[in-house]
Design a protein around this ligand. Structure first.
Ligand SMILES: *Cc1c(COP(=O)(O)O)cnc(C)c1O
Length: 406
């Protein structure tokens, strides 16, 4: 096709989406048709370095050969049974993930929001059946600035007006405290508190890293008051920050890990709640589930993800490359960047309003072959695949420098 024909094809595809896909997102104007490793190609043949990785769902890059092989092999045998029957993949996946997490057992679901909902149900069931909280009195403490997904219950305890407003009535039973303030959190605990639900690093919030010692203090407050600590590691977990879990940065072990995104290897939705038997064991047959949860295709991919993480290689890469990224970003402070927050290979970069909005910077980076996503107006978020090379990071930073220079 000629260049104009290709441009028309791009416009047609975007036009069809605008006509027939509900406007619940505002994508950058690029139509991606292929991906490999850290790179994607649009339908006009232009290549882009993917610094978003589908919000960390692509931690291992696009079409990692080991993950594609696992999925392909499984597609040739069995894809879905429902949990009405056993399949020959779920048990070994759960055993491997339990082992990686140092926990007893796994409750498999599909999306991150389902893992959060599952964590809420488990915490309430534990409060009534184990802790002895009066019926319907259980409360869960959450943090300001949180992002835990998009269901009606979850948006009800968000303080982001875009996520929450207009979708009530909201479910009760949640108490919000400032993020990063362990004293405020402990003060909010009472005899009805079932759990504390927090992100160890707030991703959608703009890669907000709590003060040193916060996670340890939350752990201590939960233990002292017989309250479950639920860590939403859906975006922060599975290698992103240079450790298997972001909680590892403070040597903290929560009662429940909520996992998703990268667990499905960028191929299939797969989420999980991981915990010990004294907590996850409160759920009995018929009380919770999902038709696709624990399906053999997802389990096969998830097992390979866990095997890849078990070697520690990806965590090491995230740590080393993250230090490199941080040094590069630090050099931009004062030159179009007002602040940065970096944890492993994960960065929130605040753009000087004099340069433009986060969205404008993302659009200009797109034109230079770099994909990022803005969040909360002035911030751009970077979460490159953990397979990225340091020379590719250098190139992306060069493009950012050009954009910031206007
Ligand atoms: C993305 C995300 C979720 C929701 O996951 P979905 O798969 O989009 O439902 C929940 N919590 C955190 C921290 C996330 O980043």
């Amino acid at each position: 096709m000629t260049e104009t024909a290709l441009e028309t094809a791009t416009a047609d595809i975007i036009g069809a989406e605008e006509q027939h896909v509900a406007h619940n997102y505002h994508p950058l104007p690029v139509v991606v048709s292929r991906g490999e490793g850290s790179w994607v190609t649009d339908i006009e043949g232009r290549r882009y370095l993917d610094l978003l990785s589908a919000y960390s769902a692509l931690n291992f890059g696009h079409r990692h050969p080991a993950l594609v092989a696992a999925a392909t092999e499984q597609l040739g045998r069995l894809t879905l049974t429902s949990r009405a029957f056993h399949n020959d993949k779920l048990g070994s996946f759960a055993a491997a993930l339990s082992d990686l997490s140092g926990k007893d057992m796994v409750l498999p679901m599909n999306t991150g929001a389902e893992a959060v909902e599952t964590g809420i149900k488990v915490a309430r069931a534990w409060a009534y059946r184990v802790k002895g909280v009066a019926p319907d009195a259980a409360r869960i403490i959450v943090a300001a600035g949180n992002f835990h997904g998009r269901t009606t219950t979850i948006v009800g305890f968000s303080d982001d007006p875009q996520a929450r407003d207009g979708f009530g009535p909201y479910a009760g039973g949640f108490t919000m405290v400032p993020y990063g303030d362990a004293a405020a959190l402990e003060a909010a605990i009472d005899e009805n508190t079932a759990a504390v639900l927090i992100e160890p690093i707030q991703g959608e919030g703009g890669v907000i890293i709590p003060p040193d010692g916060y996670l340890r203090a939350v752990r201590e407050a939960c233990t002292a008051n017989n309250v479950l600590f639920i860590a939403d590691e859906i975006q922060s977990g599975l290698g992103r920050v240079g450790t298997t879990f972001a909680c590892d940065r403070e040597g903290v072990v929560p009662d429940l890990y909520l996992l998703g995104k990268a667990l499905g290897g960028g191929i299939i939705p797969l989420s999980a709640v991981v915990g010990d038997r004294d907590v996850l064991g409160v759920i009995h047959p018929g009380e919770h589930g999902s038709t696709f949860g624990g399906n053999p295709l997802a389990a096969a991919v998830g097992t390979t993800v866990v095997e890849m993480l078990a070697s520690g290689e990806f965590q090491q890469r995230a740590l080393a490359l993250g230090e490199h990224l941080q040094a590069q970003l630090e050099s931009l402070i004062g030159s179009g960047v007002t602040a940065i927050r970096v944890a492993g290979l994960w960065a929130g970069v605040d753009i000087d309003p004099a340069v433009g909005t986060g969205r404008e910077v993302a659009e200009k980076l797109l034109a230079r072959g770099v994909l990022v996503k803005d969040t909360h107006g002035q911030t751009i978020r970077m979460a490159p695949p953990l397979v990225i090379r340091s020379t590719e990071i250098d190139w992306a930073i060069e493009q950012l420098k050009v954009v910031l220079a206007g």
